[in-house]
Design a protein around this ligand. Structure first.
Ligand code: ZN
Length: 419
């Protein structure tokens, strides 16, 4: 009987994975590699994979493509989200949210994020393995959502940014990802991989929203991070390090992490090291506005608001410096700290703080895809890539905020949103 059930489950998964074929015609198509906007292009795809991109005029006369009267571009990528968390559940509010409820949050927020034009995300931090469940539900075709890479519980030190520090001692509450010392940390890497994660997230420094720690202060030591990176890379997983603090950013880069998240207090030496090691920075420079305006009502602790005031502006100035120096940048927003679906609001901040609109779009396509190891599959519309296409009414080079109002979303050749 058990065997019969497994066979049925396999058939369902295969049926769900069957992806459409067809041709999509776009009035305009933004080529993220060259920065050119091409007129009247046709994207042909088979089983959800692009097979050709060509001028619509060269289609055979019997072709009857679906047409989008707008500017098409590849589905966007957010390399730093928390789909299972809601922006209303900060501080002590979050203690009332069960693990199963977090999974339900993830199901809802995955759809919201997809319809906002983000067809791929990297989820860097979730309780238990709620993110693994959401990813698997999407991959099986049970629910709508972006293509996901997930980290499961982030690794961190006792009392650090990854721990639960809200309750007094008698509750003996320790977060799942807490591991002190190189070997316990290696074991935690192995455990997360056992339960299905795609990458490892670590907390190198203190954080803004955690109680009782300091964003600028180191948490994991260089020795611990070297052990984690060695273990993760040996087992084929990349490492993302949360680091606000100047020293932690450098230690994380030297330890060999693939990306530094936030990077708020990066200095010239950190910028030099990031360039030297090819480390990506994922700098979430939109959410400061949201935290300062709405953080208190969302339950954020007063100390968290104060911490944000201390680093928000510096992070934006350092974003400008790091970008000007030529550090690799991937678009990531920390969605979940602010409401899901508003991800594209960060584009305007990136332009305000030194990027051209094309550079900001490249960070959310080519850059994020490279960071995830998915270059050629996502972040481009080219033969061999997924048929993940979005469209906006205006020209994003003239007004990057047009990306906040996506009119069309196709994922793997399946239309998910159309106006
Ligand atoms: Zn985060």
């Amino acid at each position: 009987m058990k065997h019969a059930l497994i066979i049925i489950a396999t058939c369902l998964a295969t049926a769900a994975a069957a992806a459409p074929s067809g041709t999509l015609r776009c009035d305009k198509l933004l080529d993220v590699k060259t920065g050119q906007i091409l007129d009247d292009q046709a994207i042909t795809y088979s089983n959800g994979i692009v097979t050709a991109v060509q001028p619509a005029a060269s289609l055979p006369p019997d072709a009857h493509p679906a047409t989008v009267h707008a500017t098409c571009l590849p589905g966007l990528i957010d390399a730093h989200v928390h789909l299972t968390y809601n922006a209303t559940d900060e501080g002590y509010n979050g203690l009332g949210v069960s693990i199963p409820r977090q999974t339900v949050n993830g199901v809802h927020n995955a759809r919201v994020t997809l319809l906002a034009g983000f067809t791929t995300v990297r989820n860097v931090g979730a309780d238990d393995f709620t993110d693994v469940a959401v990813r698997d539900g999407i991959n099986a075709g049970d629910i709508d959502g972006p293509r996901m890479q997930v980290s499961g519980p982030p690794l961190g030190i006792t009392g650090g940014h990854a721990d639960n520090n809200l309750l007094p001692y008698e509750y003996h509450d320790t977060a799942m990802g807490v591991a002190d010392g190189p070997w316990p940390a290696r074991r935690k890497v192995r455990e997360n991989i056992k339960y299905g994660v795609d990458l490892i997230k670590i907390m190198a420094s203190g954080g803004v929203l955690s109680k009782g720690d300091t964003p600028g202060a180191p948490q994991y030591t260089l020795e611990e991070m070297q052990a984690i990176v060695d273990e993760a890379h040996r087992l084929g997983r990349r490492v993302a390090a949360h680091a606000h603090g100047t020293q932690s950013i450098k230690d994380a880069i030297i330890a060999g992490v693939n990306s530094v998240e936030h990077a708020s207090l990066i200095d010239d030496e950190g910028i030099r090291l990031a360039k030297q090691h090819g480390t990506y920075l994922v700098m979430d420079i939109y959410n400061d506005d949201y935290i300062l305006q709405h953080g208190a009502e969302a339950g954020m602790l007063p100390e968290s608001i104060e911490k944000e005031k201390g680093i928000g502006r510096l992070q934006r100035e350092n974003f400008r410096r790091a970008h000007a120096a030529g550090v690799r940048m991937a678009f990531g927003t920390d969605a979940g700290v602010y409401p899901h679906g508003d991800n594209a609001k960060q584009f305007a901040k990136m332009v305000q703080w030194g990027m051209t609109p094309l550079e900001a779009i490249q960070a959310a396509t080519l850059g994020a895809a490279d960071l995830m190891g998915w270059s050629g599959k996502v972040g481009v519309i080219a033969p061999g890539s997924y048929a993940d296409v979005i469209a906006v009414a205006g020209n994003p080079f003239d007004d990057v905020t047009t990306l906040e109002h996506v009119t069309f979303v196709m994922q793997g050749g399946a239309v998910k949103k159309t106006d």
